[in-house]
Ligand binder design. Structure first.
Ligand code: NAI
Length: 252
């Protein structure tokens, strides 16, 4: 089960999982893009890739979509909460409505998916693993306007640690995936087209490995976190940031 599956990292996870012949339930608010990813996932080997258009901030609609996904695909042993939005501008100019939306999608939406999935697993007496997507900005400051985004991702990291301890004895693992700058639409959402190459050089100049991530790189890491190979990992953060956090004294 993947939220934010219509684009970027979520779509890359869907396609990687499809190649491993996993049945998929894909959720996103972007219905046409979601349908395209579902089609591509089935063409890439997923036995089924069912699409459930939903806004993750709508608690009732999300619960209904997740329960419909269980009916269609089965109880998910693994889930990734990847739906997210950027704030798109300097913090002193940030409209309160945008602050609320960023927190609602990135933090409330992640919590709502986690709590509903945990409830479904408990109801069915099943164990499972859930990955939430955080960010290096949960731990370090950044120029360019990320206050709401960073606050939401700090919340996601805290949420993961809290839920991991709460549900460890129930056999439900929660971990944070911490991708660095990854080549997706979100990365460029607030950058004008003619500014992109200049910005790319700035961003890549800050990354010790000197390049942005391909979305398939965090996707493979997310699938590893869901796998039995990560059975002893819960409440942790898996960082794939090209070395950004290694340059600071902060650990996640
Ligand atoms: P993206 O913009 O390519 O994909 C995000 C997806 O979330 C889109 O398909 C969008 O329709 C969906 N979405 C947004 N609001 C939604 C809502 N209310 N309900 C349902 N779906 C909604 O972005 P990307 O880069 O794939 O981001 C995925 C996650 O990774 C996000 O949580 C983001 O914050 C995080 N991340 C991304 C990084 C990057 O450099 N791209 C770096 C660190 C974290």
């Amino acid at each position: 089960m993947i939220t934010g599956a219509a684009s970027g990292i979520g779509a890359a996870i869907a396609l990687e999982a499809a190649g491993r012949r996993l049945p998929l339930a894909l959720l996103d608010r972007d219905e046409p893009a979601l349908a395209r990813v579902a089609e591509e996932a089935e063409a890439s080997g997923a036995p089924t890739a069912a699409a459930f258009p939903v806004d993750v901030t709508d608690a009732a609609a999300l619960e209904a979509a997740l329960r419909a996904a269980v009916d269609a695909v089965g109880v998910p042993g693994g889930a990734v909460c990847s739906a997210g939005v950027d704030q798109g501008g300097p913090s002193h100019e940030l409209p309160v409505a945008v602050w609320d939306r960023v927190i609602a999608v990135n933090l409330r939406g992640t919590f709502l998916a986690c709590r509903t999935l945990a409830g479904i697993l408990l109801e069915h007496g099943r164990t499972g693993a859930i990955v939430c997507v955080s960010s290096p900005f949960a731990s370090v400051g950044a120029p360019g306007g990320t206050a709401a985004y960073s606050a939401s991702k700090g919340g996601v990291s805290a949420l993961v640690r809290s839920l991991a301890v709460e549900y460890a004895r129930a056999g439900i693992r929660f971990n944070a995936l911490v991708p660095g700058a990854t080549e997706t639409p979100l990365m460029w959402a607030s950058v004008a087209d003619d500014e992109r190459e200049r910005m790319r050089a700035v961003v890549e100049g800050e990354i010790p490995l000197g390049r942005m991530a391909d979305p398939r790189e965090p996707a493979r890491a997310a699938l590893w976190l869901l796998s039995e190979e990560a059975a002893y990992m819960t409440g942790a953060a898996l960082v794939l940031d090209g070395g950004i956090l290694a340059r600071s004294s902060v650990s996640v």
